[in-house]
Design a protein around this ligand. Sequence first.
Ligand code: MLT
Length: 258
Amino acid sequence: MIVRVADREIACIVTGDGPAVVWIHAFPLNSGIFRGQLTIPGFRHISPDLPGFGGSHKARPMESIEEMGQMIAELMHTLGETKFLVAGVSMGGYIALATLRVAPDQVAAMILMDTREIADSDQGRATRYQQIAQIREEGTAPLAESMVEKLVAPYAARELKAEVRGMIEEASPAGVMAALEAMAERPDSTRLLAGSAGLETLVIVGEDDAITPPSEAERLAGVSGGRLERIPGAGHLACLEQSEIVNAAIMAFLEEVV
Ligand code: MLT
């Protein structure tokens, strides 16, 4: 369905019935990465395509991760949800933390997958600006080429890689560039998480995640006081690569916190 949030039209999957969970996708993908999770029974699943991505590729991109967190809170309010669980993968995790920052009373619990709480290093930030310059010159094709191999484990099936590539190709160059800048400028969330001690958090990481490796997930779990689940046979998109194992961990968590 299309949900109007301020002046943007956001394509959004809304399915199921029960306590609400908002699923926030990774860069430069879309809600398709959660096709294995949106059937978990007993919950109302809400998964937007962020502006510039997937079915929202025509929506005006957002300039900061903070603005995206605000958008998630407004989207949930529009859908009648005042308290909800937030689940995010990678960039979606950065946005989940921003949602916690802007709307702490609305976040019931968090699932942080293949993500990190710290800001970019100077080197990481510089690389993002180089990528923006390259996209301005050549479009998103070179980024798609290099990213598919990093997003999933090297041994992932060819069909899965093709699916991920298809999602990248749906993104608009403007959306991709804006998200790169937003990620480069995002704040460190260590203090935010450390100060949210009562918030139940599940941290999930693919054993072979090459972008946010298990060492980062261990630190994230330590800071958040959350439980860490390492997923064998998966890279950065564990939710898509090993949805059954990931769902078992998520369902056990949901049962405890809801
Ligand atoms: C993502 O998967 O969302 C991105 O790789 C995150 C990042 O580049 O920091």
